[in-house]
Design a protein around this ligand. Structure first.
Ligand code: GTP
Ligand code: MG
Length: 204
C-alpha cells in the first residue's frame, strides 16, 4: 500500500468523543518507550506525525491519525509507566481497556514488543487479556536495528514460546525498525488486506 496522506485527527481522553466508527482502525500499544509513536511515523513516512520522546510516558491520550482518508491508526499511551501516580495509571488503564473492548471498528491491535529484551510479564499479560476478550492482535517487535539479527530471532522465539504456554496459535508477527523501515511494507500490506474486508456498520 502506498501512503498518500496521513493527518492528525484528534486526541481524546473520553471514548464518547472518538471519531464515528465508520472506518477501519488499528491501535498501537505497548510498554512506554517501546517505539509506538516512532513506528507510526515510519509507517506513514511522516516524521513529526506522532510525538516521540526519550522520556517514557509521552503519549497520554488516544490519538487518531487518518491515513489515505480511509483508515485510522491510533496511538495509545504506553502501559507500565511507573512515573505517574497509581491513580492516573489506573484511569488510563480503565480507559484503554474500555476502548479496546468496545470500539466496533477496531480491526486489530498491534502489540509492540522491544526486540532487545526477554519476554516481559506486562507484555504477556496484555496479550492474554486480549485473547480472553477475543480482541484480534498481531505482534510488532521494535528497534531491530539496535542489535544483530540473530539476537532478534532469539527474542522473537522466546516470546513465541512464552505465548504458546497459553495460546494454541501464534498471531501474525512483524520484526520492525523505525530507523531502517524494516517491516514497514509487510505491516502496510497486512493492513491493506484487512481493510479490503471491512464492512462499515450499518446505520440504525
Ligand atoms: N534505534 C531505534 N530507536 C528507536 C526506534 N523506535 C523508537 N526509537 C527510540 O525510542 C524512543 C521512544 O520512542 P517513542 O516512539 O516515543 O516510544 P513510545 O512507545 O511512543 O513512547 P510513549 O509514548 O512514551 O509510551 C525514542 O528515543 C525513539 O527515537 C527504532 O526502531 N530504532
Ligand atoms: Mg508515544
Amino acid at each position: 500500500m502506498q501512503i498518500q496522506s496521513a493527518e492528525f485527527k484528534c486526541s481524546n481522553t473520553r471514548t464518547e468523543k472518538l471519531p464515528p466508527p465508520v472506518l477501519p482502525e488499528y491501535a498501537f500499544i505497548g510498554r512506554s518507550n517501546v517505539g509506538k509513536s516512532s513506528l507510526i511515523n515510519a509507517l506513514t513516512a511522516k516524521k513529526g506525525l506522532a510525538k516521540t520522546s526519550q522520556t517514557p510516558g509521552k503519549t497520554q491520550l488516544i490519538n487518531h491519525f487518518l491515513i489515505n482518508e480511509n483508515w485510522y491508526i491510533v496511538d495509545l499511551p504506553g502501559y507500565g509507566y511507573a512515573r505517574v501516580s497509581q491513580k492516573t495509571r489506573e484511569e488510563w488503564e480503565r480507559f484503554i481497556r474500555y476502548y479496546l473492548r468496545n470500539r466496533e471498528n477496531l480491526q486489530c491491535v498491534f502489540v509492540l514488543i522491544d526486540s532487545r529484551i526477554d519476554p516481559q510479564k506486562a507484555d504477556l499479560d496484555f496479550c492474554f487479556w486480549l485473547g480472553e476478550n477475543g480482541i484480534p492482535f498481531v505482534l510488532a517487535f521494535t528497534k531491530a536495528d539496535k542489535q544483530s539479527k540473530i539476537k532478534t530471532t532469539h527474542a522473537v522465539d522466546a516470546f513465541k514460546k512464552a505465548l504458546l504456554k497459553y495460546f494454541e496459535e501464534i498471531p501474525p508477527l512483524f520484526v520492525t525498525s523505525s530507523e531502517t523501515k524494516e517491516g514497514r511494507e509487510e505491516i502496510l500490506d497486512f493492513i491493506d488486506g484487512v481493510n479490503k474486508n471491512f464492512n462499515p456498520p450499518t446505520p440504525v
